[in-house]
Design a protein. Structure first.
Length: 566
């Protein structure tokens, strides 16, 4: 049992208690405990062994005992008993966008609805509209939400799959007969959402590697085991496929199983034009195998520059100018869009800044929520003024690093910004984001956002579509018009790197690049660990062919301030 799994169990307990209409303080205790574990900088098992877990803010004695039991035995008595009290299908309903525990309790207790199928049927038969807090619009949203869940069933966020894949790679590397091992498939191409994990290894003893693989941590079921391929299901439900080839075959297999299919088709066509044949195991010229030590050599044989995995989608990457230098993590000098305990973050400003410094960044833009986001403890003018004073105090501590004063300011339904022009003018930057009225028409939402972009105090458009991958579709908005407006007013658009957003997506990031709209790769960090979300933003930027010149936070502090002030 690892920390993310324990966090999920604590969150599930909180959801069950909410469905049971338990004391809000009890619910909050488990939710706070989950947040505390998410923010840990020390190994959880070490804290438990040293009996120091109870010293962590947000974890009391009772919760410490339950977490210890879960970590050491893999089960928690309280959780197992609690699960028996609420049907599993009622918990599944909580995945429906805007369908919370209170609604789940009502349909369960008053209609006896205990599965998603039951809920869908009740909505189709208009049995929900008569319930308190429901109506025809609610029924429609529930049906749309269930359809959304069904559409994305069996899919996983990049951020959920990647840690699993990396852990399995490390375990495979530890086997003495493994020569090379890599992630492959859509995960290696950094797609936002994946259906499974593909791994590739080379070895002279495939059966031994397969036996080692099926015993890896987290494997719950062996779906199939052969000489060259083994498939397992992890405890999370995620499927992992491992292929083992000879080391001579490894480069060809890695290129082939990385994909995409469309990219591979074009490579085969190019090979045919040169009188060559290429498959997952070799390139041949007649009966002669052309030896390639790595993927770069394969592209060289085909007369092509090396194509990074992120670009292999058959969207023009084979015509990409060889001189194009894609952005990477080392390109970033700083970040914007971070939150602290002043609003809905879990870490103090100082802790967030120290983590940013440890990552080699030279500035961090703090941008807690504005007052309209009351659910996130948003700041009014008075609290924001106090926060600016605190930032001034902290900035005296460091040389070569600076906290920039910012705000994630709500774009109100009429397109105005949440706080006064006087207070906004005192900030280094303002991120404008939509957090309400997602049901507006495309025209009205586009007008709303474009009006905000034109505001003289507006600098960066935050998460432009509001989407939450696998949870919520984005609101209806004309992104073409939004990007053109950003270009006209010389404003910046965010590539939000939070892994369940990745918003703008890579397709529209490329469109922004073509229009000359500057982008900012931001972590939307609510904890110190969240600052590492930048990794996902960089991958999305590379999929969009972004270079350093396209992204504002590749600039040093002085140039960034000059751009923002302009």
């Amino acid at each position: 049992m690892n920390t993310p799994q324990i966090v999920e169990i604590l969150e599930t307990i909180a959801r069950i208690l909410e469905i049971q209409d338990e004391n809000p303080f009890k619910v909050r205790a488990y939710r706070n405990g989950a947040r505390a574990l998410e923010s840990l900088t020390t190994d959880l098992r070490t804290l438990v062994e040293q009996k120091k877990l109870g010293e962590i803010p947000g974890i009391g004695k009772a919760l410490e005992e339950k977490i210890t039991q879960l970590l050491t035995t893999g089960t928690m008595d309280f959780y197992e008993e609690l699960r028996k009290e609420v049907p599993a299908g009622v918990l599944e309903m909580l995945a429906i966008p805007s369908f919370g525990p209170k609604k789940a309790r009502v349909v369960w207790k008053e209609l006896g609805v205990t599965t998603l199928d039951d809920l869908r049927q009740a909505a189709l038969e208009h049995k929900l509209a008569s319930l308190k807090g429901f109506g025809e619009k609610t029924e429609k949203k529930i049906l749309e939400g269930i359809a959304f869940l069904q559409k994305h069933a069996g899919q996983y966020l990049l951020s959920d799959a990647l840690p699993v894949a990396r852990r399995l790679v490390r375990q495979l590397q530890a086997h003495p007969t493994v020569q090379r091992v890599s992630i492959a498939g859509s995960l290696r191409r950094w797609k936002e959402v994946v259906k499974d994990i593909d791994l590739l290894a080379s070895s002279d003893d495939p059966p031994a590697v397969m036996n080692h693989f099926i015993q890896a941590e987290g494997v719950a079921e062996v779906l199939g085991k052969g000489e060259t391929k083994t498939s397992v299901r992890m405890a999370s439900g995620m499927q992992v496929d491992l292929r083992v080839v000879s080391d001579a075959q490894f480069p060809y297999a890695l290129a082939y199983f990385t994909g995409s299919k469309e990219h591979n088709v074009v490579l085969r066509q190019l090979a045919q034009k040169k009188g060559l044949k290429i498959n997952e195991y070799e390139i041949t010229d007649g009966s002669k195998t052309i030896e390639c030590k790595d993927e770069a050599a394969i592209y060289q044989v085909l007369g092509l520059p090396y194509v990074p995995p992120e670009l292999r989608e058959n969207t023009g990457e084979l015509d990409r100018p060889p001189a194009t230098q894609l952005i990477d993590f080392k390109s970033l000098k700083g970040v914007f869009h971070t939150h602290s305990t002043w609003s809905d973050g879990t870490a103090e400003i100082e802790a967030m800044a120290e983590k940013a410094r440890s990552m080699g960044l030279s500035y961090m833009g703090l941008s807690d929520h504005s007052k309209a986001a009351a659910y996130a403890n948003g700041l009014d003018e008075a609290r924001l003024t106090k926060q600016m004073t605190e930032i001034d105090r902290l900035n005296q501590r460091w040389k070569g690093f600076r906290i920039l004063k910012g705000l994630e300011c709500d774009i109100l339904p009429d397109g105005t910004l949440d706080l006064t022009p006087e207070i906004l003018s005192r900030l280094d930057f303002v991120i404008g984001s939509v957090h309400s009225r997602f049901d507006m028409s495309e025209r009205d939402m586009t007008d709303r956002v474009c009006k905000a972009i034109a505001n003289e105090h507006f600098d960066i458009l935050g998460h432009p579509t509001g989407r939450l991958l696998l949870s919520r579709e984005g609101y209806r908005i004309d992104l073409g018009r939004v990007l053109e407006t950003a270009k006209k007013h010389e404003k910046i658009v965010e590539l939000n790197a939070y892994p369940n957003r990745l918003d703008l997506d890579w397709i529209h990031c490329r469109r922004a690049k073509e229009l000359g709209v500057m982008l900012a790769i931001n972590p939307d960090a609510h904890s110190t660990d969240d600052l590492e979300n930048i990794e996902y933003g960089i991958a999305t930027a590379r999929r969009a062919w972004l270079e350093e010149k396209d992204v504002i936070n590749t600039r040093g502090l002085d140039e960034v301030l000059e751009i923002l002030n302009a």
